[in-house]
Write a protein that binds this ligand. Structure first.
Ligand code: UD1
Length: 417
């Protein structure tokens, strides 16, 4: 809650550790209900979205304990198949309960999910895929009623590689009769993490991380203990913050393979990067250089979830950068706030032309979504004077105590009410 107050101009220096991946833990928490037993999950970040998912799990009958970085979900008594509208609206990831509930209870009754204000986010591909598995779907008045008495393995070709649809269909088909093949599947690392979690639970899934995933239905699953991967978007956010402040930092628990598309752009910007097994080190002692072209794409392309953060760093680069957003249709709103801080950014549809300025000036700005909010914090760290970023609740959806992590790197940032 509240806002962040940043006195900018401090060069970031030191070491920061990355917490567990938000986009892994959310589907994995939903997947815990597939087993009528216990799931123990480690490396869980304390995020608002995680709390929202726990609330949903408790509502349908799970017992959840969250101590330190460990969550234990007891899903023996999942009774309810209905998720009330106010819980569905708190975040878009509530949609993962659709696939999981159908597999567990053979039915689900939910409203359309809420989420970030970054554009139109339909769930048609989720529903189309579920129908291919034999689920009967009735949509009316903003509600979706699903009956899946007999879920049968099938071949599903996704019209586009949707992350959420791929994960939902994996969960829906784990306990199905026969084999399901998902083609044109999304290849994000978090999908592989879900596969590994489900397999540890006794599922038989192959191919996650490629565009074809094969799920052989099993009759029963077992108790599981699992540790989730580090958050590549959080790691990338710190790297962009270093580029903005001409900093020198080591991001620990960052998997370089997951960050390759960002690392190659930061190198183009003139930063020096070194990588090891579980760290990425960045040194940017000069003003960053502009990059000709960044185009967001499904993994392994440049991630849309790092687009605002790199634009923020490019706003003070030498030269003009062109950034194209192909995944979401309204993901440049935060640029209006950067312009208030002195940035020179023009947006035409899905393209942003970022003309680098010498420096940004502190201002009062408002975060309207999660990653756009992170971009404003980065801007505040580099700006001259004081920046106040309102809307901390959006940033808390995906970053655990971001102010503490940045203070550890020497930033002057506090949370105020
Ligand atoms: C996931 C991530 C989110 C990231 C996004 C793209 C989670 C919890 N969230 O979101 O952080 O920004 O991937 O990398 O993992 N689409 C349809 N119909 C559908 C589903 C999607 O048209 O049924 C479209 C969307 O409008 C969007 C594109 O497909 O334009 C990608 O969406 P998708 O990959 O599904 O993103 P999410 O799973 O919502």
């Amino acid at each position: 809650m509240g806002k962040f107050k940043i006195n900018g101009g401090k060069r970031l220096y030191g070491e920061v550790e990355v917490h567990g991946a938000k986009n892994s833990i959310l589907p994995i928490l939903a997947a815990t209900i597939l087993n009528e037993g216990i799931s123990v999950i480690h490396n869980v970040p304390r995020l608002k979205d995680v709390e929202a998912m726990i609330e949903i799990l408790e509502h349908i009958g799970c017992k959840v304990s969250f101590k330190g970085k460990d969550i234990v979900v007891d899903a023996k008594d999942v009774k309810d198949s209905e998720i009330p509208d106010h819980l569905m609206r708190t975040m878009r990831s509530s949609i993962f309960l659709l696939g999981a509930l159908i597999a567990r209870n053979k039915r689900a009754f939910i409203s359309f999910p809420g989420g970030c204000d970054i554009g139109h986010r339909p769930i048609d591909l989720h529903l189309k895929g579920l129908k291919r598995l034999g689920v009967k779907i009735d949509e009316s008045y903003g509600y979706i009623k699903c009956e899946g008495k007999k879920i049968k393995g099938s071949e599903i070709h996704l019209d586009l590689p949707s992350v959420g649809a791929t994960e939902n269909l994996m969960m829906a088909s784990v306990l199905a009769e026969g084999i399901t093949i998902i083609r044109n599947a999304a290849k994000e690392p978090e999908i592989e993490d879900l596969q590994n979690f489900l397999n540890a639970m006794g599922a038989k899934i192959k191919g996650a991380g490629t565009n074809t995933i094969v799920i052989e239905g099993v009759k029963k699953l077992n108790d599981v203990e699992y540790s989730i991967i580090p958050d590549r978007i959080v790691a990338g956010t710190y790297l962009c913050a270093a580029a903005m402040t001409r900093g020198e930092i080591t991001v620990v628990r960052a998997l370089k393979d997951h960050l390759e598309p960002l690392i190659s752009k930061l190198k183009e910007m003139g930063c020096i990067l070194k990588t090891g097994n579980d760290y990425v080190k960045i040194n940017c002692d000069k003003r960053p250089k502009a990059v000709d072209m960044i185009v967001t794409q499904p993994y392994p392309g440049f991630p849309t979830d790092l687009q605002p953060q790199i634009v923020s760093a490019l706003s003070i680069a030498e030269g003009t950068s062109i950034v194209t957003e192909t995944i979401f249709d309204n993901r440049f709103k935060y640029t209006e706030e950067l312009v208030r801080m002195g940035a020179d950014i023009k947006v035409e549809g899905r393209v942003a032309v970022v003309k680098g300025v010498e420096k940004l000036m502190g201002a009062k700005v408002v975060a309207k979504d999660l990653r756009g909010g992170a971009a404003l914090i980065i801007a505040g760290l580099g700006a001259e004077g004081t920046t106040v970023v309102e809307g901390a609740e959006h940033i808390d959806r995906g970053y655990e105590n971001i102010e503490k992590a940045l203070r550890g790197l020497g930033a002057d940032i506090v949370r105020i009410m």
